[in-house]
Unconditional design. Structure first.
Length: 70
């Protein structure tokens, strides 16, 4: 899952070498911590959060099998 997010974000950002996606797993919750160059934050979030919401939707669909919340 973290690999999927990293792949999608590397296609968007200008500095893919500075992108770090860290997976933190607790009981029934998975948290993906994204660290990127400050210049890329706007691209990751998108207008009114549309890009990050879309990525979140894809990840939620991918976690249905694992029965965990992201």
């Amino acid at each position: 899952m973290a690999e999927l997010v990293e792949y999608l974000l590397k296609l968007i950002v200008d500095f893919p070498e500075k992108l770090i996606v860290k997976k933190i797993e607790k009981e029934d919750v998975i948290v993906l911590q994204i660290t990127a160059d400050p210049a890329d934050l706007g691209k990751i979030i998108g207008k009114q959060g549309r890009v990050i919401k879309s990525i979140r939707t894809v990840i939620n669909a991918a976690t249905i099998k694992e029965k965990k919340r992201t």
